[in-house]
Design a protein around this ligand. Structure first.
Ligand SMILES: CC(=O)N[C@H]1[C@@H](OP(=O)(O)O)O[C@H](CO)[C@@H](O)[C@@H]1O
Ligand SMILES: [Mg+2]
Length: 539
């Protein structure tokens, strides 16, 4: 077939380095950008097949999120804006690793297994972040998308691409499939939510934003005029001079537990940081005596779920609403468990997202600040009805209207730094809360996150939502015995899904204890799981 000949010819322009093996990980392929040209081309091909299979628009995002600027990556977005299914992750890995002369066979194999009709039209949306390599790599994707209907959105945040894919596949019911449509939908909802808040001062409207020198900075600037001064942003690390994610951004702030470079914050001011593709956000402020206070994904989930819970409780007579459900990776000393059901899943948005879909309202956040809220169709319809019902009393109607605008403000396809930021700002305004009051909802235990290099991280196998290890032998016992030495302590170990490292997390009653425990557990990993390089040193 002519189509396959074209694939053959074009793939020669994007040759695979012989022997290179890459894995479709938690967030797609991610590695040094120099190794990715062939992967991009092939993901263009695969997206086209996925589109033919689902008879819907598929997204391809070129980004390596919070990783260093030299890295890049690619992931596929399914029709409703969600992550691609596990079977297709497997196809992605096969296709990426097929040697040059095996490519056509690998492609035909997928077509056969999925009984794909090649006559079906395809539509693929491609987006990219601001990395220097993203230009040519997204071009390689487009080369692979040789079908008609390939649409290049150019520079967009990851969540904007997810959003537009969903809009396109719901014939506009979720919104208009353009970046402007995204700005309009979110800003209108934000203005509606905040317009009746009494005495909102300029101080309350002010927010410092660290754009991680990435795409989020560009896009939040574009959005500002739509917000009509209802939010007054001071933008730092806007990409005009600094390097992407370097000493700034959500991951740096979360892991280092310190303010990013270049943000001039005064005591008590609210600040937030995005990551490199703007699908994560964390908040922070400087307290008395200059102490740094972090409000991570756990705190964000708490703020949002208590807000939703309160709005829903005004509707207790319309008992269609069950409890709000929160899904978090690491629940610390949060009081949430007594109010809402908390569930833990394996790391990775796809796991959280699917768990959240099981409920009427599911709030999910990773501690790193990636998260969103999902509403079931039934819940959305109910909210809409209540908001329009002239028989409900004022109090309940007001709550329903707030809920309705809250739904519109949230990007339900995936975690979204811009949408989450607007939601948090609206919730703080509506509840009349300062950042300190938000922080005081519960107290985090001191904690530490470390990485350990091992020869093959797959030797570590886990269970119980990655909270316990089952192999290598003796590791869990080693962790348990070390945890016992400290007060209020916990520690988890798991292989990373995005980097060639093992992650170690520890918490305890003091920072010194958390640091010491993290170090001891790192040593156990190093010794029992084949550590390479230097032994982990105390902090
Ligand atoms: C500690 C941490 O932040 N881990 C991140 C990171 O995964 P690792 O498996 O830890 O490399 O990237 C994932 C994808 O973005 C995200 O889901 C996850 O939470
Ligand atoms: Mg990201």
């Amino acid at each position: 077939m002519a189509q396959f000949e074209e694939v053959s010819q074009k793939s020669a322009v994007h040759p695979k380095p012989v022997g290179l093996v890459l894995q479709y990980g938690t967030a797609g392929f991610r590695t040094n950008s120099k190794q990715l040209d062939h992967v991009m081309f092939r993901m263009g091909l695969l997206a086209t097949l996925r589109s033919k299979k689902t008879k819907a628009t598929i997204g391809v995002m070129v980004t390596a999120s919070h990783n260093p600027e030299e890295d890049n990556g690619v992931k596929l977005v399914d029709p409703m804006g969600e992550m691609v299914t596990p079977a297709w992750e497997g196809y992605a890995t096969q296709l990426a690793n097929a040697e040059q002369e095996e490519l056509l066979t690998a492609l035909k194999d997928i077509i056969e297994r999925e009984t794909i009709s090649m006559a079906q039209e395809a539509s693929v949306f491609v987006g990219k972040d601001t990395r220097p390599s993203s230009d040519s790599l997204s071009q390689a994707v487009l080369d692979g998308v040789h079908a008609l209907g390939g649409h290049n959105y150019g520079l967009v945040t990851t969540p904007q691409l997810h959003y537009m894919v969903c809009c396109q596949n719901t014939q506009g019911r979720y919104g208009e499939a353009t970046v402007k449509g995204y700005y309009r939908k979110l800003s209108q909802a934000f203005i509606q939510l905040t317009k009746n808040v009494p005495n909102r001062t300029d101080d309350q409207k002010a927010l410092l934003v660290d754009g991680a020198n990435g795409i989020g900075a560009l896009k939040v600037c574009e959005m500002e005029t739509y917000l009509k001064n209802e939010l007054q942003l001071s933008l730092f690390n806007d990409g005009s001079s600094g390097k992407l994610n370097h000493l700034c951004g959500a991951d740096y702030v979360k892991v280092q537990q310190r303010a990013p470079k270049g943000v001039e914050m005064t005591a008590g001011e609210r600040c937030c940081s995005y990551d490199g593709d703007a699908d994560r956000i964390v908040y922070y402020y400087s307290g008395s005596a200059g102490r740094f206070h972090l409000l991570d994904g756990d705190k964000i989930a708490t703020l949002i779920s208590t807000y939703l819970k309160e709005l829903l409780s005004r509707h207790t007579h319309s008992s269609v609403f069950p409890d709000t459900h929160t899904h978090m990776r690491s629940v610390l000393t949060s009081p949430l468990s007594s109010q809402v059901i908390v569930r833990c899943t394996k790391t990775g948005v796809k796991h959280l997202h699917h768990a959240a879909q099981e409920f009427d309202i599911g709030v999910y956040f990773e501690a790193n600040g990636h998260g969103t809220v999902l509403f079931s169709k039934a819940a959305e319809e109910k909210i809409q009805k209540l908001a329009q019902d002239s028989n409900t009393n004022d109090e309940r109607r007001r709550a329903a209207l707030l809920l309705q605008n809250t739904v519109n403000l949230i990007n339900q396809t995936v975690g979204d730094a811009i949408s989450d930021m607007l939601l948090i700002e609206a919730v703080l305004a509506i509840r009349g809360m300062t950042v300190q009051q938000w922080d005081a909802i519960y107290t985090d235990l001191p904690n530490r996150q470390l990485k350990v290099k091992v020869a093959d991280r797959r030797v570590i196998d886990t269970t119980d939502a990655e909270r316990r290890t089952v192999s290598p032998a003796g590791l869990q016992e080693a962790i348990d015995s070390r945890v016992k030495k400290y007060r209020q302590a916990r520690s988890f170990v798991r292989p990373s899904g995005t980097e060639d490292v093992v992650r170690v997390y520890a918490e305890a009653d003091t920072q010194e204890s958390a640091d010491a425990l993290a170090h001891e557990v790192s040593l156990a990993v190093y010794r029992l799981a084949g550590g390479v390089g230097e032994e982990p040193k105390p902090l």
